[in-house]
Ligand binder design. Structure first.
Ligand code: ADP
Ligand code: ADP
Length: 229
């Protein structure tokens, strides 16, 4: 069974068709990269997967649960989907460690010592174990985004969604964030990534999805999209 099953999804903003009959299955462990011009619906599709947007038609099933069925607990579904945004969205008045421990302690009732141990392991994994005690404003954009990835991972999601995770970064910081994502991919995480980083797509994607004007126009392997030299 696919871990994500998207079937015939429609989403309108007034008269605008942001998603027009979109269907896509994502297998467990698969890495799907979504590309396409600005305004083509990539972000709307990603945000629909954890119901940050509600859809107007079709269905989205995540790990067997219908995201839009009101009788399903949306918080349980969201805990399976870690999400990383273009703007890092860290809590500015919390330390890095607190940013990582807050949700597991509150939403999953993980004991503090355990949440902190997991947080330290994740900060080590993303290469900034020495930043646990500082506030987000003290960090570079690349470091903040690595904290945002670690924070999403702290909930132990089955799937990671990335919405243009490097688009707000200075060029010299893009590599350090992509490196973390490549590591995650190699560990077997299921990933859906909206990005303009074609090198990442070529290296990591099992499949590339090309969207335009709210539709999926093409799905193929990286080899199909990016001719080898
Ligand atoms: P992409 O991620 O490919 O840039 P989006 O999913 O952000 O595209 O947007 C798809 C279309 O929907 C765009 O035309 C955008 O302006 C529009 N849109 C997105 N969010 C909203 C909203 N909250 N209200 C109205 N229009 C929106
Ligand atoms: P991103 O490309 O990271 O989604 P945007 O600047 O396109 O960032 O969108 C930021 C927010 O504004 C999102 O919540 C999106 O839904 C909303 N938005 C995008 N386009 C429109 C629009 N045309 N009208 C109203 N809201 C929009």
């Amino acid at each position: 069974d696919p871990i994500i099953r998207i079937q015939g999804v429609h989403k309108n903003y007034g008269a605008l068709r942001a998603l027009d009959n979109v269907s896509l299955d994502v297998a467990r462990g698969e890495k799907v990269v979504i590309i396409g011009p600005s305004g083509s619906g990539k972000s709307t599709l990603l945000r629909s997967m954890n119901r940050l947007e509600t859809i107007d038609g079709g269905s989205i099933i995540v790990d067997g649960l219908d995201v839009n069925d009101r009788s399903n607990n949306i918080n349980a579904i969201r805990q399976e989907l870690g999400m990383v945004f273009q703007s890092f969205n860290l809590f500015p008045h919390k330390t890095v460690l607190e940013n990582l421990t807050m949700a597991p302690m509150r939403l999953k009732r993980v004991p503090k010592h355990e949440a902190e141990q997991t947080a330290m392991e994740l900060l080590t994994k993303v290469g900034i174990p020495n930043k646990a005690g500082v506030y987000p404003a003290m960090l570079s954009g690349g470091q903040q985004q690595r904290v945002a990835i670690a924070r999403a991972l702290a909930m132990k999601p089955k799937i990671m969604l990335f919405d243009e995770p490097t688009s707000a970064l200075d060029p010299e910081m893009i590599g350090e964030v992509l490196d973390v994502m490549v590591t995650l991919a190699r560990e077997g995480m299921t990933m859906v990534v909206v990005t303009h980083e074609m090198g990442f797509a070529r290296e990591v994607a099992d499949r590339v999805v090309f969207m335009d004007a709210g539709r999926i126009l093409e799905i193929g392997t990286p080899e199909h999209f990016f001719q080898s030299p």
